[in-house]
Design a protein around this ligand. Sequence first.
Ligand SMILES: Cc1cc2nc3c(=O)[nH]c(=O)nc-3n(C[C@H](O)[C@H](O)[C@H](O)COP(=O)(O)O)c2cc1C
Length: 323
Amino acid sequence: MKTRITELFGIEHPIIQGGMHYVGFAEMAAAVSNAGGLGIITGLTQKTAADLANEIARCKDMTDKPFGVNLTFLPTVNSPDYPGYIRAIIEGGVKVVETAGNNPAPFLPYFKDAGIKVIHKCTSVRHSVKAQNVGCDAISVDGFECGGHPGEDDIPNFILLPRAAEELTIPFVASGGMADGRSLVAALALGAEGINMGTRFIATKEAPVHEKVKQALVAASELDTRLVMRPLRNTERVLTNAAVERLLEKERRLGPDIKFEDIIEEVAGVYPRIMMEGDMEAGAWSCGMVAGLIHDIPTCKELVDRIMAQADAIIRERLAGMA
Ligand SMILES: Cc1cc2nc3c(=O)[nH]c(=O)nc-3n(C[C@H](O)[C@H](O)[C@H](O)COP(=O)(O)O)c2cc1C
């Protein structure tokens, strides 16, 4: 399948694995890229710029296909070493960067000069248009269904994607709720040029996370996610567990007075405990509603091949037969 996204990134299939904290290690990115998609290393999971340089080198040892690095711009007081991370990306010869969280404009000239393509992840049409205007090459349009941070507008992809198509001239992929060939064909019909998946890629053989995390996704239904931190305007969609229910109870009790310090136990530093140690009650971790569509733990290649075969069958048999 040839789309503007496969052309832009030099990949075989229009399927991207979005950056994921404590999931997007070299093993994950390489497995997706080797399967013909675009794997992405999560920059900020690496503690220092030197660690990121090392992770990029490890990924290159595992694949000769294109892969990317996610740089999430966080609203924190103590800013991570972004210049150092950017240097590691450029010197590592990475050709694609996925930015998220804030306007990437201050960093774009460095990427442009190095010939790096930038795909910016947005949860609204107005941010997508802004990213297009500042010079991003593509957009990942992230609907309300998504795992992670869906923003504060709550617009699901059935509305968000065609609205993005009305406003954008650069290519975009559909992100949030994407799981299979049906998702891909629907995304293409709504104007996207491919899909970005987070949650679905965690439940794969190569995902470098604890087996209990993968089993939790297979066991979960579409009813099992919750939105946390809305009162802090930092909404995150997570899989429910005892820590999440405790956090929500604090939100109800403290109302608009709630502060980050009140929920620190449930959200700060919990990713390594969940993803690496499999301590599933340690705190809140991002998960999309798409968990309801995850029923197995294939290899990345099996997953990507299945998506492409299913999409092909839907287009050639089901849809062509209707037209
Ligand atoms: C466990 C997890 C961690 C994530 N961490 C990040 C992150 O650090 N930076 C980022 O830009 N997006 C992050 N995301 C969002 C994904 O890149 C992707 O946009 C999202 O998962 C798409 O929705 P889906 O889960 O329905 O496929 C994360 C998602 C998950 C599930």
